[in-house]
Design a protein around this ligand. Structure first.
Ligand code: C2E
Ligand code: MG
Ligand code: MG
Ligand code: MG
Length: 284
């Protein structure tokens, strides 16, 4: 009987593996078609509003990539971005994402929201490509597509591993008027002294820390220290994953500049994002 059940387990395991590989093949295939422009349905962006706490005003959105495939349903970005990276598709996919984000920026301009920014997540692999800056200069900057409030969000691993190369790239990006945030801050190993040398404008405190606010006694939280240290070196502070009012109150009390999270809104399709901006108004 023991033998039987372990044979079953092997069969299950193989079946699972096969399923997973088929799933991954399918995702990669769809991503290729998206990049080639053959599939304009499966891939799109959603936009999550960011609220300036001082002004009580929606000052921008983060663009988040979405992939929906028939029979597989909605695929999480953590899964398909990783697959795009492994299959050398992230550079082209990243450019596609940038173009879609610029389309949304243009839409905001057309609707009269001239100051509202759009932040795009940039993979480390994109940043490390030597032609990354040249490419956005030619495709976006020269065509005027990014003479608008655009931001990039980058995570710290790649910044620290390739410090000087990346810092030059960041400088060139800033020259184009694009602001840079360090995403998921606190999950890596950045020291504040290192942070001060980086050409960035803001840190986004990872939602892991924000989630602790409602459950941990106030004096044990390091968020207030992160906020004041970041301010000391001239960075603004964004909190991600703000889900309840007590977290917002805490962040407000300690001078956090901007919050983002389900408390305000989930990531929204383009139309709803515009509607949200209108209904939230300029001073609610
Ligand atoms: P991220 O850049 O840190 O994005 C924040 C994630 O937190 C998003 O997940 C967002 O939907 C989610 N989130 C926002 N507010 C809340 C909240 O209040 N509670 C909770 N529990 N979650 C919240 P999502 O969309 O699944 O994206 C996951 C990650 O995938 C992103 O993390 C980013 O690293 C990556 N990603 C998404 N879109 C892109 C893209 O266009 N390019 C690249 N390179 N990576 C992307
Ligand atoms: Mg982000
Ligand atoms: Mg993040
Ligand atoms: Mg993240």
């Amino acid at each position: 009987q023991i033998k039987d059940s372990s044979a079953d387990q092997v069969a299950f395991f193989n079946e699972d593996m096969e399923k997973r590989l088929l799933r991954q093949d399918k995702i990669v295939k769809v991503l290729r078609e998206v990049i080639e422009g053959k599939d304009t349905e499966s891939f799109y962006l959603e936009f999550q509003p960011k609220l300036d706490l001082m002004e009580d005003k929606v000052i921008g959105f983060e663009a988040l990539a979405r992939l929906r495939i028939e029979n597989l349903g909605q695929i999480a970005p953590d899964e398909f971005i990783a697959l795009a990276e492994e299959n050398l598709l992230i550079y082209d996919l990243g450019n596609h994402i940038l173009l879609l984000a610029c389309d949304f920026l243009q839409r905001l301009q057309d609707e009269g929201f001239h100051e509202t920014s759009v932040a795009v997540n940039i993979s480390g692999i994109q940043l490390l490509r030597e032609d990354f800056v040249e490419n956005i200069q030619q495709k976006l900057f020269l065509s005027d597509r990014i003479r608008k409030p655009l931001e990039f969000e980058v995570t710290e691993t790649v910044l620290l591993d390739h410090f000087s190369q990346i810092n030059e790239t960041l400088e060139a990006i800033k020259q184009m008027g694009i602001a840079i945030s360090l995403d998921d801050f606190g999950t890596g190993y950045s020291s504040f002294s290192r942070l001060a040398e980086l050409n960035i404008d803001a840190v986004k405190i990872d939602r892991f820390f924000i989630g602790k606010i409602s459950h941990t006694s106030e004096k044990n939280l390091i968020i207030s220290d992160i906020i004041s240290m970041a301010h000391k070196i001239g960075l603004s502070v964004v909190a991600e994953g703000v889900e309840d009012a007590s977290q917002k109150a805490y962040l407000q009390k300690y001078g956090c500049d901007i919050i983002q999270g389900y408390l305000l809104s989930k990531p929204l399709p383009e139309e709803s994002a515009i509607a949200f901006l209108r209904s939230y108004g300029s001073d609610v």
